[in-house]
Design a protein around this ligand. Structure first.
Ligand code: CAA
Length: 257
């Protein structure tokens, strides 16, 4: 199957499995990612989602260029809409997601990783939005999510030059959250995810929504959103448990309610 969904302990893991084309995103694969994400959204017992690509060479080399080339313009626009919608579904999943970038993440591949909550990468990872080198511009969210992730100046540098960015630079400019050794990728990913997923899931969701939706709003509206979400967090049983555990000098036992 070109898109596989499995469980790794308390997490779900979505794997792009088309190594012969460096896991390039055909429209069929995009649709399958969408279906897998719908399934993840219904999995009540997972605490986060990992996304990765099969093979040691690429996370994902972007949209399938051979398929793009032969598409009429109207179909092209529908394809861009599909890519944007699928990646928005990832962005808005009820649990946080972690992209494990184990090689090239170009074009739509980087845009997929940018729609995840976190990005980890191995030393052989290379990132880029090379669309201008094809006479195109990023179309699955890259022009919007990249500047939000690394700032306008650095995003313009990457998008207008189309240049590849290696793992160390990616970590330095904040494009990835951690650079991890290849042999330790699974172990480090589990440890990274457990660092946040041990907390109350609804509370994590409020915090993530406050940051991510707040980034789309003017400051005063973002602060209003924070007020509403922090009030909702306060009303959870986990908030009661967390504050009681502090007073009783013990570890909280969150129940995700
Ligand atoms: N689409 C379709 N096929 C692709 C592909 C892509 N994006 N990227 C790689 N492949 C295929 C190659 O055609 C090749 O297949 P064949 O063996 O049948 O020829 C196979 O994968 C292996 O690739 P290479 O031989 O090119 O491998 P390499 O190691 O020499 O180079 C690479 C690796 C630098 C990543 C190179 O493959 C490359 O530049 N790929 C294209 C990257 C790119 O431009 N991505 C942006 C796409 S446009 C986009 O994503 C728009 C958007 O915003 C959604």
């Amino acid at each position: 199957m070109p898109v596989e969904l499995k469980r790794i302990e308390e997490f779900a893991c979505l794997t792009l499995n088309r190594p012969e084309a460096l896991n390039a995103l055909s429209f069929d694969i995009l649709r399958q990612i969408g279906q897998a994400l719908d399934e993840v959204a219904t999995m009540r017992d997972i605490r986060a989602l990992f996304i990765t690509g099969t093979g040691s060479k690429a996370f994902c080399a972007g949209a399938d260029i051979k398929e793009l080339r032969n598409r009429p313009l109207a179909e092209q626009r529908r394809g861009a809409a599909l890519g944007q919608q699928v990646f928005a579904r990832l962005d808005r999943l009820p649990v946080a997601s972690v992209a494990l970038v184990n090689g090239y993440a170009f074009g739509g591949g980087l845009e997929l990783a940018l729609a995840a909550t976190f990005r980890l990468c191995t030393p052989n990872a290379v990132f880029g939005l090379p669309e201008v080198t094809l006479g195109l511009i990023p179309g699955y969210g890259g022009t919007q999510r990249l500047p939000r992730a690394i700032g306008e100046a650095r995003a313009l540098d990457m998008i207008l030059s189309g240049r590849p960015v290696k793992a160390e630079e990616a970590e330095r400019i904040g494009l990835v959250h951690r650079l991890v050794e290849k042999e330790a990728l699974l172990e480090e990913s589990l440890a990274f995810a457990r660092r946040f997923s041990c907390h109350s899931l609804p509370v994590l969701e409020f915090a993530r929504r406050a940051v991510q939706r707040g980034m789309e709003l003017p400051l005063d509206q973002g602060l209003q959103l924070e007020m509403e979400l922090s009030t909702l967090a306060f009303r959870t049983a986990d908030a009661e448990e967390g504050m009681r555990a502090f007073e009783e000098k013990r570890k909280p036992e969150f129940k995700d309610v």
